[in-house]
Design a protein around this ligand. Structure first.
Ligand code: CU1
Length: 531
């Protein structure tokens, strides 16, 4: 990948460490972006292997592979790993790679902080899975078994896997706060001359808002898990009703982080998608200003709706109504974003390369996640669906298209830029087809299971749910295989293949928003010439 000459290499020999130290000490945004993306993908495979064990268990009713205790640990770690280990680091990886490029900066503003943000992650991941692995070997009480939401009072009483989880959450939170500081400082200070806030690419806006959200919510989670630690070991009673506390307080703290977290996962992708669509529809993105204000509205509303996760915890009717209507309100700016993306297609010169397919897949399938979210936002209906598989299907339709398909759209789009080679288009399309089939086969049956009354978080179920569970498990394994294909495509692309042009996508000249310093000539106000 390096293009340095022999003389350069000699000079570098004195300045830069080699081998593992080169990665441990790097302050280069591209190196760190690579490490984030690789870490995220490894975590996706770990969290994926865990949930495939769960899906294998659920393939047919009757005890087969794992005991109920282990089942609970698996679903807990799956949730925590996918959110904090895979989805968020993947977004930070994209930010590291592309943020300096789209705003015309030489690097992130705080390169050493950038290095540290990343290197907190691997020990945090080890911390998270160690009690689980020890538990498999018969040592200790196993990993946390509370579900990723860590609800009290169970999280106060469960074994010491929970203490490791608390420590891991602290480290993961620290990492994302530091990364967010870096994103904000970079955007506010290092834009190319002439690039005002309302001229900067949507990608930068999306990550700016995400970073502010993270700085707003992660300290609250850190405070929450610290209170949990105090309850566990220092005899405080924050979440203990007998001591004057309240377990529902935990739910408020957790979801004050947990709901905006959904938008922490969505917003970066909402910044990637218009870039991809614009390049493959060969038109500037429709409604730049509307998209920016919609993202601002989404970020602002996301912090005042958290208790829609708690309709079944005993809430006054007034509070239920407030959280119901405020939640539904978010669908308006979200619909504006969807409208702008679809309008970008209008009269475009569209071609369906892999990044565009993933972008389309994201729009269509995330739409299902959004619409079923409205069903759950209805406080009266929520009581029926909340603890059922309908909820599981809903948030996977929201999060899988976002964090995997949306990120894939970005990765395939920029892979030629990152590696200098074109990836294998046929294999890329096959990857998309496997993901599209696998995702729907996994999660569509779960809507039906939920409507038929199958509760979530159970290792076994009644016979009438057997067929749909079998379909869901087959879908999950197809998704697993699709990721193996992705590894092959990336390795093949890194190693060689057709050389990528400076403008990789035909006819998208001036629409690929990377900015050679100084000021960009494409600022959303001028229409680039389409060949
Ligand atoms: Cu929510």
């Amino acid at each position: 990948m390096s293009t340095t000459t022999a003389a350069d290499t000699h000079a570098e020999h004195h300045d830069h460490p080699a081998g593992f130290s080169r990665w441990l000490l790097t302050t280069n945004h591209k190196d760190i972006g690579n490490m984030y993306l690789i870490f995220a993908f490894v975590m996706l495979m770990v969290g994926g292997a865990m949930i495939l064990t769960v899906r294998a268990e659920l393939f047919t009713p009757g005890l087969q592979i794992v005991k109920p205790e282990l089942f609970n640990q698996l679903i807990t770690l799956h949730g925590l790993i996918m959110v904090f280990g895979a989805a968020m680091p993947a977004a930070t990886g994209l930010a590291n790679w592309m943020l300096p490029m789209v705003i015309g900066a030489p690097d992130m503003a705080l390169p050493r902080l950038n290095n540290w943000s990343f290197w907190i992650l691997p020990p945090a991941a080890v911390m998270l899975v160690t009690p689980f692995v020890l538990g498999l070997a018969g040592i200790g009480t196993g990993g946390a078994d509370t579900g990723w939401t860590m609800y009290a009072p169970l999280s106060v009483q469960t074994g010491w896997g929970m203490d490791f989880t608390i420590f891991a959450v602290h480290m993961l939170g620290m990492s994302s706060i530091l990364a967010s500081i870096n994103v904000i400082v970079t955007i506010l200070n290092m834009r190319a001359p002439g690039m005002t806030m309302f001229k900067m690419p949507l990608f930068a806006w999306a990550f700016l808002l995400t970073a502010f959200l993270l700085i707003f919510i992660m300290p609250v989670l850190a405070g929450g898990v610290t209170m949990l630690l105090m309850d566990r070991h220092f005899e405080t009673n924050f979440f203990n009703a007998a001591g004057g506390g309240d377990p529902v307080l935990w739910q408020h703290i957790f979801w004050f982080m947990g709901h905006p977290e959904v938008y922490v996962l969505l917003l970066p992708i909402a910044g990637v998608i218009p870039h991809v669509i614009s390049a493959f529809a060969r038109k500037p993105s429709f409604g730049y200003t509307a998209q920016v204000w919609s993202m601002i509205a989404i970020a602002a509303l996301s912090i005042v709706v958290w208790a829609h996760h708690m309709f079944t915890s005993g809430m006054s009717t007034g509070a239920q109504l407030y959280f119901m209507y405020s939640t539904m309100l978010i669908s308006l700016p979200l619909a504006v974003l969807f409208y702008c993306w679809i309008a970008t297609f209008w009269r475009g010169s569209i071609s369906l390369e892999t990044p565009m397919l993933f972008a389309l897949g994201f729009i269509v399938f995330f739409g299902w996640g959004g619409l079923t979210g409205l069903v759950l936002a209805d406080a009266a209906a929520d009581a029926q669906y909340h603890n059922a598989y309908f909820l599981v299907a809903h948030f996977h339709y929201a999060l899988y298209p976002t964090t995997v398909m949306g990120a894939m759209a970005g990765v395939y789009y920029w892979l030629p830029k990152w590696t200098g080679h074109m990836y294998d288009e046929r294999l890329g399309k096959l990857h998309f087809i496997l993901v599209a089939i696998g995702m729907n086969l996994t999660f569509l049956p779960q809507f039906l299971l939920g409507l038929a009354g199958m509760p979530r978080r159970i290792p076994d179920y009644a016979l009438q749910f057997a067929d749909l569970n079998m379909a869901s498990s087959i879908g999950a394994f197809i998704l697993g295989i699709s990721h193996l294909l992705f590894i092959y495509v990336v390795i093949k692309c890194v190693r060689g293949g057709q050389k990528a042009e400076a403008r990789a996508w035909e006819g998208a000249d001036g629409l690929e928003w990377t900015v050679p310093s100084p000021a960009p000539y494409h600022t959303f106000e001028t229409q680039p010439v389409v060949k």
